[in-house]
Design a protein around this ligand. Sequence first.
Ligand SMILES: Nc1ncnc2c1ncn2[C@@H]1O[C@H](COP(=O)(O)OP(=O)(O)OP(=O)(O)O)[C@@H](O)[C@H]1O
Length: 377
Amino acid sequence: MTAAVQLRNISKSFGETQTLRDVSLAIRPGEFMSLVGPSGCGKSTLLRILAGLAPQSGGTVSIDGTGIDHLPPSARDIAMVFQSYALYPHMTVRQNIGTPLRMRRLPAPARLPGIGRLWPGQRSKRNGIDQAVIDAARLVEIEPMLDRKPAALSGGQRQRVALARAIVRHPRVFLMDEPLSNLDARLRVTMRAEIAALHRRLGATFVYVTHDQVEAMTMSDRVAVMMDGEIVQCATPTQLYGNPCDLRVARFIGSPEIATISSDELISENGGFAPVLPRDPVTVAFRPEAVLLNPAADHLEVSATLERIEQLGPELLVFLRLGSGTRLCARAAAGRIPPSAEGQSLSVWLPARGFMLFDANGSRLDAPHIREFADAG
Ligand SMILES: Nc1ncnc2c1ncn2[C@@H]1O[C@H](COP(=O)(O)OP(=O)(O)OP(=O)(O)O)[C@@H](O)[C@H]1O
């Protein structure tokens, strides 16, 4: 089961403070959509509105074209997985996973601990719930732990229980709010791949909130980048990286960060750049891939100081500073530059087709003559 989700002109204020401004987003059935942005930009608030956990101040939420603003969270056919896992500590894993089904399928007296089992006429429903719990636990590989309590599980295992508790309901939409941020770096990478695989297997619509752009970029079909309560750009990971529409997006996406320099400064580094840049001052941004350490006939040279080298195994990150003080980074093959080169001057070459131009407001400028690189990205 899967569903399209539409957010139309959502706004939210807490007192005088406006947290969300006119946010619209159309999420396709079965899509993995991430909401990413710096702390406080409003991601969690938007997700909570979608779940029905907080009312919006304006705008509408619909699923498959039907407004759901009047529905409480339990009636929205949406499951949410939180950063904190939100497991019941006194219940076993089996009971935790089964809770949403027991709430939905069993009458209140039959849900009571102990004596509830004596309530007549519920056996087939209970068997169905037991089987659904086992199926969900198997899907996230925690079946052997079904009789443990959460305290006897690792952080990663608890997160799997929280996922299984969401899966067991077969919701049309999964919402996840920073589900991996309490895990260590290594486990985050493993769980990232598992959540992406789970999404493919379930085919459901996922809306995933994270402040970690790498997480968003590696898992999602599309990523909505939020800044100051607005969606600045919603696009595929490749488009966001290679063709950001706004300087804030360009800076937020990509690691190491995109380098930026004013066109005036770049021209004073090498006057040869003047013909490819607009006459009015602009911000020129370029990814590490557009900083080359080998001379090439059609690229212009600038001189830089090598500040630092980071060894990443097969490749090096080479951090450089131009005469103007601008910092940039290049990638190089391991062994290409000896560590003793730190502090020394060297030449780097900048292919103009790698430039992205932004105006004084940070909006991307159309520059057809230097756009090839972005389109190829
Ligand atoms: N219940 C509330 N009352 C008042 N202000 C709130 C409330 N909930 C959120 N805010 C404010 O709304 C803004 C957005 O919060 P939100 O939690 O949505 O951000 P976020 O992007 O998810 O951040 P983070 O990544 O840090 O979780 C913040 O400035 C926050 O202080």
